[in-house]
Design a protein. Structure first.
Lengths: 386, 386
């Protein structure tokens, strides 16, 4: 099987446990930490005065499944949690990571911070500010190990002025993309609110890309994170729910006129699939026209045009995603590995790339694997010629 | 412009105001009724002991829009609420409706009940049973006026035995499709629960199709129905939210093994667009495989196959929908007019059909406009040859 290369629009790193050790004690105590319950059934996550319980996966996938288990952390059949932990540890070592990437055929990567999913329950501005700063120091150091690593800056979102300051600082430090959760932190207005306008302006001015990663809604202490439904089919159904947040975030930016006011802004939605793009484009246009009397603000172009021009999306395995480009015309479909997560392609990347692209014309294939990433990050070295 | 014909997988009728006049008083008093507030800002809807307030559209679309208005009932620019009311009244007259259909180039229609959006807040079994019976008598009478009318039976969902009985009765009466809300009524378990299994079996045994119509979640008395977000862009954003319920309903039926156990069951999702189908198919497969250790029940085939074979979807204007068929291979994409609603194509159906299909191969065009409907309802007379 001929090796084909791809850049990844969606990869991850898990920060080391001692990331916050140098922060003042009153800040450090409010950062996320996990305590496993002795029963082995759940862990409790403490963060900024809140407490969350999260189901733990069955330790042995061959044992009977727990009743009503939502399945959001379960591994594929034939793998175990230990496989994942090993991969995370190895992926934190830049040299080992590059070896993994070379073997898989992945060239450069957008790398999201691992603590992201919990960071958005922080409600104290100083905690968010110093926590993001610590994460960004780690990310910047990691990024310096190889030009193939494009780490995301974490943005403090409790106070929009802090967000603007960190975007500016991070851009100067060499970050090319800032990570945002698909929904603002607990208690903050939605992204269509004008309170966020200075932040969009800062992204536009610095030229930093915006990276929304799915599954990053702030968690609700009164229900298990990520569990929307239980019972029959829950593992698949909860997985589906994770995609909607990314769609909501970008359609808010379009409908509220943010992308209209900032035509240079480019927004990536990672891990949510790609074929939703043409679908949402059509749906926005229909709502915009058919409920036109209530549309506010009116836009210079149809909503679909902003999505086709300024929104990007990464997928892993989706068989329909290449046709979202060649048949539906969305040029911004890109591939992503989701390394090192269970939802990703680690261990079968070449098989997946061949299945996806062997029957697709070379222009489309190159665009999705290589070209979109290069358009978003022109300063990153080019992938090896095949 | 050459006239092209299409069947509609999504049309509506609004029941007359006196529909429930012959029901016993204690039932009649619990059926939906609307009282407009003298301010003109909202209406109050009373139903089975619950009370909902709903924003009313601005009477004149040229006047300044109300702050924070969610836009869910707003007309297109250049039309008014009166246009809609006239169309509804005319559409309730079978002869006038057929005249409208002929002018628009619409042949046969799946016709949904108008009270559906409120019926799913009924929590009293007897009210649901007798209310559906009255709606079905009206629908059956309407259906008898033309073989081009395929009215939906309303199914009482407070008690699953009532649902089974009404499905059997309605099938014997000549109904070809039963309407279900995308989410079960207030207080009832989700569709993935085994409590509903006798109902799916009844649909399968009678051969009646299942018609999910989007926007039919039970309403929550503590927030305005249909308003998920306010402020900038809300009209478009709330319109987007309406599509997710249909996706949830069919993915529950797939993931819970319902379509696996009943391969003869055919499920239509109306008005939610169509390109979501290939997207959801891919996403289900990824969740099913990558979180395989938690998957329960396991299925005989991949989730995508049930969607491609047993799930159907109707769209109105979506430019990408034909390619969901010819490029992504989902043969079950069908067109729908949404007559007489604002979201629909009334007054511009021929323009829409030409825009959608003039550049599409004839096989795909015929399948989406005509063939899918004929597959679902083979007893309905064929559309005129073009």
């Amino acid at each position: 099987m001929k090796k084909i290369w791809a850049n990844s629009g969606d990869s991850h790193i898990i920060e080391p446990m001692d990331l916050f050790k140098d922060l003042p004690e009153h800040i450090r105590d409010r950062m996320p930490r996990s305590v496993k319950d002795p029963s082995g059934l759940f862990e409790t996550i403490y963060i900024d005065g809140q407490e969350f319980r999260r189901d733990m996966p069955a330790p042995d996938p061959n044992k009977p499944k727990k009743k009503g288990f939502g399945g959001i952390n379960a591994p594929p059949v034939g793998t175990t949690d230990d496989d994942f932990i090993t991969r995370v540890i190895e992926g934190n070592d830049p040299e080992h990571r590059l070896k993994d990437l070379d073997e898989e055929g992945v060239w450069a990567e957008v790398i999201y911070p691992g603590l992201g999913i919990w960071a958005f329950n922080i409600r104290t501005a100083e905690v968010a500010r110093l926590g993001c700063r610590a994460m960004n120091e780690f990310a910047l150091d990691f990024q310096s190990k190889s030009p193939r690593f494009v780490n995301c800056a974490s943005i403090p979102l409790v106070d929009v002025d802090d967000a603007v300051a960190e975007i500016t600082r991070c851009s100067n430090d060499g970050f090319l993309i800032g990570f945002l959760p698909v929904k603002p932190p607990a208690g903050r207005p939605e992204y269509n609110d004008d309170e966020w306008d200075p932040m969009w302006a800062a992204f536009a001015e610095t030229g930093m890309r915006i990276g929304f990663h799915i599954g990053t809604e702030p968690n609700d202490p009164i229900r298990r994170p990520g569990i929307y439904i239980r019972g029959r089919g829950a593992a698949v159904l909860n997985y589906i729910e994770t995609t909607y947040g990314g769609q909501r975030a970008v359609t808010q930016l379009i409908s509220a006129g943010v992308l209209d006011r900032h035509p240079e802004l480019k927004v990536l939605v990672s891990e949510g699939g790609a074929t939703w793009g043409p679908f949402m484009a059509d749906r926005m246009d229909e709502g915009y026209r058919q409920h036109g009397a209530a549309v506010k603000p009116t836009l210079s172009k149809l909503p679909s045009q902003y999505l086709y021009e300024q929104v990007y999306a990464s997928f892993q395995h989706d068989a329909s995603a290449p046709a979202a480009n060649w048949a539906m015309g969305w040029q911004n479909v890109m591939w992503g590995s989701d390394y090192p997560h269970f939802e990703g392609t680690f261990g079968h990347t070449q098989k997946t790339l061949h299945e996806l692209f062997d029957d697709v014309d070379e222009k489309t294939s190159h665009r999705i694997r290589i070209g979109v990433f290069e358009e978003l990050f022109p300063s990153v070295p080019k992938a090896p010629t095949e």
